[in-house]
Design a protein around this ligand. Structure first.
Ligand SMILES: O=c1[nH]c(=O)c2[nH]c(=O)[nH]c2[nH]1
Length: 306
């Protein structure tokens, strides 16, 4: 809104609403999720800012309560994407003031435990990487769905190198065709669906797509089990991973990847008396997390409306 010579852009919401949900099957098997939900509403509530009049405000406390009500109402396990869409639909259809809802959810990676090879009915342990989503629902029925993976830590002990980079008076890094490659992949990808009506109705759809994308990322990073695949740089591998996702998952219109280069430094130890206490022979490393290289890129299909 422009008034009084100023321009106001606003949104309000509730962040980090934590919810756990069990679905108990008649056969004794339990399904469990733990979600961290953030809600942000775009709404016509300018009097709250300009006139101290809250008559058009959806209280953020109400938004928080809505998460628990909707979690209760869901009778079947569902993906973070589907829960986010459901919340977005509620806020944009129930409140005349709300023009769009932006819902972010991160799922805690609870995985069913196996005891002596048998899936436990109600036991879970914490895994590593997290499934996340950002969904934007508009009152018009317009939609944007982004899915993501956070903290996918991967490492390979060879088939990585870095050569041919700029050498100047400050460069000391030797060129190499033999090094470790460790990273923690954070990725988000956007689906091409643009309306609520076009979303596949299959309950497991987004879960399956998440697993598909994760598999493509992992397969491309590592290469075949026997000899792997050579990585000439983090940049090149990141690009191959992003391209493979676009090639193999047609519903994805764009993908962003962040891949820090987590360094394992060669260990060479010497003293004045003993010039070679430990000689590095591609075997003993000093793992570090600070500093680390930070490499990120996004790739879109040319026709995509990113
Ligand atoms: O794969 C790499 N990309 C870089 O940009 C870079 N820079 C660096 O010091 N080491 C590496 N490795």
């Amino acid at each position: 809104m422009a008034a009084d010579g100023v321009k106001l852009e606003q949104r309000h919401g509730k962040s980090r609403v934590r919810v756990g949900r069990i679905w108990r099957e008649p056969n004794g098997r339990h399904n469990f999720v733990e979600w961290n939900v953030s809600i942000s509403l775009l709404s016509d509530c300018l009097p709250a800012y300009t006139l101290a009049d809250n008559c058009d405000i959806v209280a953020t406390d109400t938004m928080k309560n809505t998460v628990y009500v909707k979690a209760k109402e869901c009778q079947q396990p569902l993906s973070v994407e589907d829960f986010a869409i459901l919340l977005g639909k509620h806020f944009t259809s129930f409140y005349p003031q709300v023009t769009a809802a932006i819902i972010n959810i991160v799922e805690k990676p609870w995985e069913r435990i196996h005891i002596d090879g048998h899936p436990h009915e109600h036991g879970f342990k914490l895994g590593s990487e997290k499934h996340s989503t950002e969904v934007i629902v508009k009152k018009s029925g317009g939609l944007q769905v982004i899915s993501g993976i956070e903290g996918l830590a991967v490492l390979k002990t060879t088939q990585s190198g870095f050569e041919g980079f700029i050498r100047d008076q400050y460069t000391i890094l030797p060129e190499t065709r033999e090094r470790m490659f460790a990273t923690e992949v954070t990725s988000s990808w956007r689906y091409s669906y643009e309306s609520l009506a076009s979303i596949p109705s299959n309950q497991l759809y987004f879960m399956e797509k998440y697993l598909d994308v994760k598999k493509v990322l992992i397969d491309t990073f590592f290469g075949p089990a026997k000899r792997g695949v050579y990585s000439p740089s983090v940049q090149s591998t990141l690009y191959d991973m992003a391209k493979a996702v676009l090639a193999r998952v047609p519903e994805v219109s764009s993908i962003q990847l962040k891949m820090p280069n987590i360094h394992f430094l060669p260990v060479n130890l010497s003293s004045k008396d003993n010039p070679v206490i430990v000689k590095f022979e591609d075997d003993v490393y000093l793992p570090t997390d600070e500093p680390h290289g930070s490499i990120q890129a996004s790739l879109s299909r040319i026709q995509s409306k990113m």
